[in-house]
Write a protein that binds this ligand. Sequence first.
Ligand code: AMP
Length: 210
Amino acid sequence: MRIILLAAPGAGKGTQAEKLSEHFGIPTISTGSILRRNIQEGTELGKLAKKYIDGGNLIPDEVMIQVMQDRLSQPDCEKGFILDGFPRTLPQAEALSASDIDVDVVLNLEVPEEKIIERLSGRVECSKCGATYHIVHNKPEKDGVCDKCGGGLVTRVDDQPETIKSRLDIYHTQTEPLLAYYQEKQMLRTVEGKEEIAETTAAVLNALED
Ligand code: AMP
């Protein structure tokens, strides 16, 4: 199964990607996590990415396309994958379509904007393994500590209110056109992102079975 998850930042895409990954036994490829890991490790990619991410801007298409071509050619992607955060622009989608990687389905997770803002402002992330939590809706067992690896939980720099606004603007102008692009290709399925994570996962799995 090769799945693209499309959604506005903060719509719960990362959480659903993790659930699908467990369900199907295939890896989640999260561009945001790849970039943040590179920033932590101080690689050339990380240095370049940091400038864009901290300002709430997108990394240039040619860089992202190369990063993903390399990642998707790794052996763990042979059985399938879930793309979380790629493609995010039309040139990225076109590059993926032109490659020899066939995607089965594009899932659009729809969440009202006021919900998104509430979710992003309460989101915390493990500084070690990248797992995400919410201080109200998806609390870790112990405050400030990751359930999975014991790492410290932090608010992402790009989850500050002014950066959230810029990321949402970019989503509307650059990523939303992908809905029509994949609709045209008859690959798009839209699912409403519900209040409860488990409810959304059930709706997503249902949409994938249709
Ligand atoms: P995410 O964790 O998916 O919200 O990504 C965090 C940030 O990484 C985004 O706000 C962008 O700055 C950058 N980023 C992630 N994926 C992409 C992509 N496909 N194209 C360009 N920039 C990206």
